[in-house]
Design a protein around this ligand. Structure first.
Ligand code: GDG
Length: 488
């Protein structure tokens, strides 16, 4: 037995927090707080694709997940859930307003999505963004084991790579951008463009949805901070000679899990019930989006409205279900969008609906996954018409659910998904006449041709699922150039 130091019994040692070889940092934790019928509070897994992807890499090694728990105020204590150590980061109500609704969704989101609405620049939003990113980095630094892999997610946390590197130069840092990275002409508008690029360059590897996004980032580094660049990599400007690689690793869906859900008898029964409850239309069209101005909902409604007005389509044979999931409801641009969409839906139904058969079924709700799978199976034509979208998982989910090879996907060229699913019925949503023609083509193409297309789309998603995405990202992170002081 080891000799015990004098007084060891009386001085309690402070337990060091447990550390992990894989640490994820994302704006949100992968759980939501719910109050049960008995009034008790519990945490339920949020069913996002990222959670499934992380499951596939965390089941072999335990990992930690750093994120906001979704409510302002002091954060709950750390806890373990489904084998993942959850580390809540607290945000005050003011920080939610300035860092999340403000800088993330009022400044960065519009700039990164082609300025579909104007971006707002406020120095106090930027200050809050810096503070919150520092807090995330401190939490990461505390739970990362020596030499750990740290995987930071998305545009809300672009400064975290550099902050983590300062605190923990021993760890390997990756960042993945779920949204587009804008052309330099737009990115250059940001008053804080330099610090944002330097923040990202704290990483070893940066992953993007499309090659064009990775190229935009590299070009921004060359033009705006005069970094030396080569195809796919940037040399940091701090004189260390360290190189950061930027490449496309497109995200995907849990093909096997979602297809199995879509095949459930209860989902089949619900699919039939949905069609019945809509009056058994000959043709059911579907849109599923967060209610966001990037998703092209207004353009889609306009094309549909004109097709109805011209008598080319109409109820009761044809109907459109538009699920618009509530989103960012305290941000002004989203309030305007909602009012606009709801007025348009009202006008279409008022002008072009028939008794008992509205032309548009508009649902401002969030639904369980089973319901989404049943809707996808019920829809003859799926309308995915964003003006700009990093990937768009709805497109991939639709084809995943169509194991029957039925249905047709209308897909905007301005989504990341289009670069993988170009056999779909492609459209430019800005071109309303073209969009109308594409919708009619998706309807009129003979079934055998549509089955051939659906088979090709499904093959692509089956072979490039979210598990493969996560594995590819981590392999790229491991393969990133070593720092000069650590290797050749
Ligand atoms: C960002 C990027 C990128 C929607 N309503 C309900 C529901 N959903 C699910 C969909 C899909 C997800 O939410 C939305 O993902 P998207 O990819 O379509 O779009 P964003 O939310 O904008 O996501 C995007 C993505 O990150 C991943 O990198 O593809 O480009 O903008 O999975 O099915 N799910 C349930 N009920 C709903 O009512 N259960």
């Amino acid at each position: 037995m080891e000799p015990r130091p004098p007084g060891a019994d009386s001085v309690p040692s402070i337990p060091k927090p447990k550390t992990y070889d894989l640490v994820i940092a994302a704006n949100r934790l992968p759980v939501d707080r719910v109050v049960t019928e008995s009034g008790a509070t519990e945490w339920r897994r949020s069913p996002g694709g990222l959670v499934t992807a992380m499951d596939s890499v965390m089941h072999t090694q335990p990992g930690a997940w750093v994120g906001w728990a979704g409510e302002p105020g002091s954060p709950p204590d750390r806890f373990d859930e489904d084998g993942v150590h959850l580390v809540p980061v607290g945000l005050s109500a003011e920080e939610v307003h300035r860092y999340y609704e403000g800088f993330s969704n009022g400044t960065l989101w519009p700039i990164y999505h082609d300025v579909i609405v104007a971006a707002s620049f406020h120095r106090e939003w930027w200050a809050a963004y810096q503070h919150v990113n520092q807090r995330f980095a401190a939490a990461v630094a505390e739970v990362a084991a020596p030499g750990a892999r740290v995987w930071i997610q998305d545009y809300q946390l672009q400064l975290v790579p550099a902050y983590v590197r300062t605190l923990r130069p021993d760890v390997r840092i990756g960042w993945f951008n779920h949204i587009p990275f804008p052309p330099v002409e737009l990115f250059a508008q940001l008053p804080w463009r330099g610090p944002l690029l330097e923040g990202l360059l704290g990483a070893d590897f940066l992953g993007f949805q499309r090659q064009a996004d990775a190229r935009n980032f590299v070009r921004a580094c060359r033009q705006l901070i005069h970094a030396e660049t080569r195809a796919g990599s940037v040399t940091v400007t701090d004189g260390s000679g360290r190189r950061v690689r930027a490449a496309a690793i497109p995200i995907s869906v849990d093909f096997k899990g979602l297809e199995a859900l879509a095949r459930e008898p209860s989902v089949t029964a619900r699919m039939q019930e949905i069609r019945r409850s809509l009056g058994d239309p000959k043709l059911l069209m579907l849109g599923v989006d967060r209610l966001d101005y990037t998703k092209g909902i207004r353009h889609r409604l306009k094309a549909y409205q004109e097709l109805l007005a011209e008598g080319r389509l109409g109820p009761p044979e044809v109907t459109l279900v538009q699920v618009a999931t509530p989103s960012r409801e305290r941000v002004a641009a989203y309030q305007h969008l909602r009012a606009d969409v709801e007025q348009t839906v009202g006008r279409i139904n008022g002008d072009l609906g028939v008794m008992g058969y509205p032309a548009v079924h508009y649902l401002h709700h969030s639904y369980p996954r089973e319901e989404m799978a049943a809707l996808f199976r019920a829809a003859d034509v799926m309308l995915v018409t964003p003006l700009r979208d990093g990937m768009n998982l709805v497109a991939k989910e639709y084809v995943t659910c169509r194991f029957d090879l039925g249905g047709a996907l209308v897909l905007s060229e301005f989504t990341g998904a289009w670069h993988e699913l170009h056999q779909a019925f492609s459209c430019n949503p800005h071109d309303i006449e073209g969009l109308k023609q594409t919708i009619m083509r998706a309807i009129d193409t003979p079934a055998p041709e549509k089955r051939r297309i659906m088979r090709a789309l499904r093959r692509r998603v089956a072979e490039h699922d979210v598990q493969r995405w996560a594995a590819r990202f981590l392999a790229a992170l491991d393969a990133a150039p070593d720092r000069p002081e650590h290797g050749p």
